[in-house]
Design a protein around this ligand. Structure first.
Ligand SMILES: C[S@@+](CC[C@H](N)C(=O)[O-])C[C@H]1O[C@@H](n2cnc3c(N)ncnc32)[C@H](O)[C@@H]1O
Length: 377
């Protein structure tokens, strides 16, 4: 197994052979290419990691399970509940959701979970976590639960619920500058471990997309995800009827227009701090705010009806996060389960206050993160 430095030099060697890349191509390479961050070094959740996500808290996954069971009831068929999680990361959220879904669903209803992640390293961690989880299940639950790993595009029949937490923000974006028309950022290797960037005229298709979704001022820059439409198309193809939940941070057309982000929103995280995208690559997570209007347009083109965005805080309150706290505090077996999965798990209801604060309150993720719910019938 190669160390971090060896992986980094391979990453740069590979970039050199690839020649100049658009920023989007570079971001794809830097995240999910053979030596990219998610492929080789992803560290999600915990003090030793690069960033925290809501997936570390059982309160999040248990509350999502409440919403998912309602979606399954709305399908109004007594068939299996089919759940797809996109970009499950370390896999904790999948375990939390599965734990609660098995409790909430009638005993005879099978639960099928499909996990989709381009990172082989994360898939290995998900598999190991899932193995332990399944091992600890009662016989009947073990029999009715199936877990599988798939890759995109994932074509399916029947009814399916899709969940994706902090995945849209990881899709590659092109950086664009508005200056006498549209220019896109290019990235190229500069020596054995350096990168340089320059701007060139954006191709027509990208310029047209920018005209529609980036109402920014002359001389400023922003970004767009060219894969947005194909991504939602592939989510739409996962079943005949699809209910999908995307939880993420994002930016609206009005915010772009207001000029509050004159250099766009692309940023990188390492050791819980914002770092320089070009210097820290491939040892950092690269992310950009989701352009909600673009995402709505893409979902709608893929046949989805989209509900108005909700804040994560109001969504979690609506779907019973406070009841989840009471349930977890009362149920010692669930506590044991969650404690095994989450080293920061604390057993008493009062001790959940920190997690509620983080997930629901405006100062934490409560307002910054939004929930996009859509359905295709
Ligand atoms: C920011 S992490 C979020 C992980 C997890 N959902 C959580 O909340 O902790 C992004 C996840 O999306 C995955 N990912 C990146 N690009 C993806 C794509 N095109 N399709 C599906 N998953 C993707 C990454 O491998 C990673 O698991």
């Amino acid at each position: 197994m190669e160390n971090d430095w060896q992986v980094r030099s391979r990453f740069f060697e590979r970039l050199e052979t690839m020649g100049p890349l658009t920023f989007g191509e570079f971001m794809q390479e830097a995240l999910i290419g053979p030596y990219g961050y998610y492929t080789a070094r992803a560290r999600i959740g915990g003090a030793e990691a690069d960033f925290f996500t809501a997936a570390g808290s059982p309160l999040f996954g248990y509350t999502l399970a409440n919403r998912i069971v309602q979606a399954w009831r709305d399908f109004a068929v007594d068939g299996p509940l089919r759940l797809v999680e996109l970009g499950p990361g370390e896999g904790k959220n999948a375990v939390h959701m599965a734990t609660r879904l098995l409790q909430l669903l009638p005993d005879e209803i099978p639960l099928s979970i499909v996990l989709v992640d381009p990172s082989e390293a994360l898939v290995r961690r998900q598999k190991s976590l899932m193995e332990d989880f399944v091992f600890g299940l009662a016989e009947n639950d073990r029999r009715r639960l199936t877990i599988a790993w798939e890759t995109l595009p994932l074509r399916g029949e029947g009814d399916v619920v899709v969940v994706a937490n902090e995945v849209l923000d990881a899709l590659p974006v092109e950086r664009l500058r508005k200056e006498k028309g549209w220019q896109r950022m290019m990235v190229k290797a500069d020596g054995p471990d350096g990168l340089l960037t320059y701007w060139e005229a954006a191709p027509n298709q990208l310029a047209q997309l920018a005209n529609r979704f980036l109402p920014i001022q002359e001389g400023t820059s922003a970004e767009l995800c060219p894969q947005m439409h194909s991504f939602f198309e592939s989510v739409g193809g996962m079943g005949n009827r699809v209910r999908a939940l995307f939880i993420d941070y994002g930016i609206t057309t009005e915010e772009w227009r207001s000029g509050i982000r004159p250099s766009g929103t692309v940023r990188a995280y390492r050791n819980h701090e914002i770092c320089d995208v070009l210097e820290a690559t491939p040892w950092c997570d690269i992310t950009a705010d989701v352009n909600w209007d673009h995402a709505f347009d893409a979902a709608s083109a893929a046949g989805f009806t989209i509900s108005p965005l909700k804040t994560q805080g109001s969504f979690l309150m609506e779907w019973g996060i406070m009841d989840v706290v009471s349930h977890l505090a009362e149920s010692s077996s669930s506590e044991d389960n969650a404690r095994t999965l989450s080293p920061t798990f604390e057993p008493q209801a009062a001790r959940y206050a920190g997690q509620i604060k983080q997930l629901v309150f405006p100062g934490g993720m409560g307002e910054r993160f939004l929930v996009m719910e859509c359905e295709k019938v």
